[in-house]
Design a protein. Structure first.
Length: 432
């Protein structure tokens, strides 16, 4: 493999391993199996430890009824991914690729907002890893849609060179090398360096290398070579390079998608159970990308309109190639609060005109919202049954504010899925 002239950076891995990372106070550990809940007050910042044993595509989700959460992922004090929530949404997701190692996930509230926030790992999908053989060159191409490649190599009995080169005149690739056993970063370089050569001492440690080109719009070809120092450099490799295609140009099979099987659409749940809260809705005629399937094959993990959640396989129609979906472990379900029904053991005589407290009785499942906007992004829950107490209405009379988590009911639901009783004429006028 011909390597064009470059300014090489030589780093001895054994020296870098001695650099420690200072410990920082956190609010606990974040894991895929256990969501974290926090009561956010304006100005609060919550910090959680998050560890990856290998590079993965990670989807983090923060849900709230009143707060506008933001997410930041940091490593050694440097932000590596973020969701600033510039739109002020109550549900946000951060979809990113992270290398192996330890991270801090920070949760804060935008626009001085406050309230209960639920943070969860929606999915954590390991990236494929290509082993490096001493003396054998590897070539690949990074694209906008596949901007990360992972490699693994083992120290040799003698010192070794790890050479990474893009063969481009204007940009390089970002390199991060991590000790697999300790998850401690060993070395790295940025896209500003066109080519780099890392020197490793003799030994038997195993390392993983992440090669990335995040933010680059055009394809970025690169070469990698792991070679003994005695071979001088990769130009002295006798055998022809073995090219491993990281991103192929062959057409991929149609992606797996689902669409509602009935005319009423389907609910997107936070976890793979009807007991979990509703994270959104998939309308009739709309397709959602399938990210994986539950271990019992009864639920699909989908992504629709920036919302990641779960739909039951029995209520959707499958499209595309769904034969090789990864198995995804659902997060622990978040249960919705149960509305407190009013006592009904003492019947109240019905007077000629409405009297008594204003009361809404559900005759069918009914959607309630976090604000006075009847859109999926502001859906709070689908209340199945029971009674709700209104404590105010908007000036135009189109919305009622409820005692159920201060959620909002559209007035047109009265007479359709909700019956009204009592004196509702004296409710105070309120604003969202």
């Amino acid at each position: 493999m011909l390597i064009r002239p470059r300014i090489f950076v030589t780093i001895i891995a054994a020296v870098l391993l001695s650099i420690g990372v200072g410990a920082q106070d956190t609010n606990g550990a974040l894991t895929p199996a256990q969501p974290a809940s926090m009561q956010m007050v304006s100005g609060d910042i919550f910090r959680f430890d998050y560890t990856l044993e290998q590079a993965s595509r990670v989807v983090l989700q923060a849900i709230s009824g009143t707060a506008q959460p933001t997410l930041s992922v940091q490593q050694r004090g440097v932000e590596v991914a973020a969701q600033p929530n510039t739109e002020g949404a109550f549900t946000i997701e951060l979809d990113t690729v992270l290398g192996s190692g330890s991270y801090i996930v920070e949760v804060a509230g935008a626009n001085n907002s406050s309230g209960l926030v639920i943070l969860s790992v929606q999915s954590q999908t390991p990236l494929p890893v290509t082993p490096l053989t001493p003396g054998v060159a590897v070539a690949g191409t990074l694209t906008r849609d596949a901007s990360v490649a992972m490699f693994e190599f083992t120290q040799m009995p003698e010192s070794g060179y790890l050479v990474v080169d893009t063969l481009l005149p204007d940009r390089g690739v970002a390199v991060q090398i991590v000790d697999v056993a300790t998850l401690i970063p060993a070395a790295g370089s940025s896209t500003a360096i066109l080519g780099a050569r890392f020197q490793f001492a003799p030994g038997d440690a195993v390392y993983q290398m992440q090669v990335g080109s995040a933010g680059i719009e055009s394809d970025t070809p690169f070469n990698v070579c792991w070679v003994p120092v005695s071979a001088a450099n990769c130009t002295n490799v006798a055998s022809p390079p073995v090219v491993i295609t990281i991103v192929t140009s062959e057409p991929a099979p149609a992606a797996c998608t689902v669409t509602p099987a009935s005319s009423g659409g389907v609910n997107i749940r936070q976890s793979a159970t009807t007991n979990s809260i509703i994270a959104g809705a998939l309308p009739t005629g709309q397709d959602a990308n399938v990210m994986g399937i539950s271990p019992d094959n009864a639920w699909f993990n989908i992504e629709f309109n920036a919302v990641s959640g779960w739909v039951a396989s029995a209520v959707v129609t499958v499209n595309g190639d769904c034969s090789s979906l990864p198995t995804v472990q659902p997060p622990a379900p978040i249960l919705p609060p149960t509305p407190t029904p009013l006592p009904t053991n003492t019947p109240v005589p019905v007077p000629p005109t409405p009297s008594g407290p204003c009361l809404f009785t559900l005759t069918a499942p009914t959607f309630v919202y976090t604000t006075t906007v009847e859109q999926v992004d502001f859906l709070y829950d689908q209340v199945q049954s029971g009674e709700l107490i209104p404590n105010g209405r908007t000036a135009d009379g189109n919305w009622y504010r409820l005692n159920y988590a201060s959620s909002w009911l559209p007035a047109h639901a009265i007479g359709q899925t909700v019956s009204r009783s009592g004196n509702c004429a004296n409710l105070p006028t309120v604003s969202p």
